[in-house]
Design a protein around this ligand. Structure first.
Ligand code: NAD
Length: 260
């Protein structure tokens, strides 16, 4: 009995569904629609929670498809104003600080579905109406078509495809490849920008305070990104340590030599 129980616990290699997932989804939905973006105050959070749950419950957690999430996407249907989209890669915290002080700027996690799902984990099981709180498929060790990865892939794709005007990306200059073609930004978002709508991609390469810069606008990874943008007919600019982003780091560590 113990062995059967423990093999059930260890079914997958990823962290299990977040405790109180349903309640968190509902609470975040109300917080966002009633307080953060009142323009979305008429969205039905109970229906959103239900559509989210229905996307994956009672299904094989390694057979997720984009279609599973279509009813949820249809319910939310949010657009970001032109010139306000901010992408990020390996700079999540900093990008979020940036959009928090920069009025009306949006990372994916500043849109309703990104806000609801950020840092959560979820999966069900084909033979059950319950969520699996013990383990969920790990995207590398178990399967890439798990419900969390497919969700972020689809959301990222739509977020990029809907962007317009001048768009920005915050990249990490303290890792060897600030632009990584295998990241969601490099693999999904870059290729889904619509050249008919997006005028320019502005990249900000930011170095961590106190860390040695490993990459910059003149490095080869940014050159790759620049080349992709050229092929895609979208203007590309890049700036190292853009002050509006850099200042956010300096607020936390004003004594750092690069903040003087
Ligand atoms: P990144 O490498 O910093 O990854 C961001 C997070 O997503 C990390 O926690 C990473 O482990 C995870 N992740 C990446 N690919 C995944 C996958 N296939 N399955 C499960 N988790 C995965 O940066 P990135 O990959 O370029 O992604 C950031 C960009 O894509 C942002 O512009 C954002 O719009 C979107 N995105 C956001 C999230 C999120 O958790 N909020 C996740 C994926 C993508």
């Amino acid at each position: 009995r113990m062995r059967r129980h423990s093999s059930q616990l260890m079914k997958w290699n990823g962290t299990g569904s977040t405790a109180h997932f349903q309640e968190i989804v509902l609470e975040r939905c109300y917080n966002y629609t009633q307080l953060v973006q009142p323009a979305l105050r008429d969205r039905d959070c109970q229906k959103i929670r239900e559509a989210f749950r229905n996307a994956f419950i009672s299904k094989d957690p390694c057979s997720a498809t984009e279609e599973d999430y279509h009813p949820l996407m249809k319910l939310v249907n949010q657009t970001v104003p032109c010139d306000k989209t901010v992408f990020w890669s390996k700079t999540k915290k900093l990008a979020h600080q940036y959009t928090k002080v920069q009025r009306e700027m949006f990372t994916l996690e500043d849109t309703l579905l990104g806000y609801i799902a950020d840092d959560l984990s979820w999966c069900g099981d084909a033979g059950s109406h319950e969520m699996n709180y013990q383990s969920c498929p790990h995207w590398k060790k178990d399967c890439s078509n798990n419900f969390v990865s497919v969700f972020w892939g689809l959301l990222s794709k739509r977020f990029a495809a809907n962007a317009c005007g001048v768009v920005q990306v915050v990249l990490n200059g303290s890792i060897s490849n600030a632009f990584d073609g295998k990241s969601t930004f490099g693999r999904v978002e870059v290729h889904n920008l619509n050249p008919m709508k997006v005028h320019t991609l502005q990249a900000w390469v930011i170095h961590d305070l106190g860390k040695f810069p490993s990459d910059s606008c003149s490095g080869s990874s940014i050159n790759d990104l620049s080349w992709i943008m050229k092929q895609r007919n979208i203007k590309f600019t890049c700036q190292d340590n853009y002050s509006s982003v850099k200042f956010l780091q300096c607020v936390k560590k004003p004594e750092d030599s690069s903040c003087r």
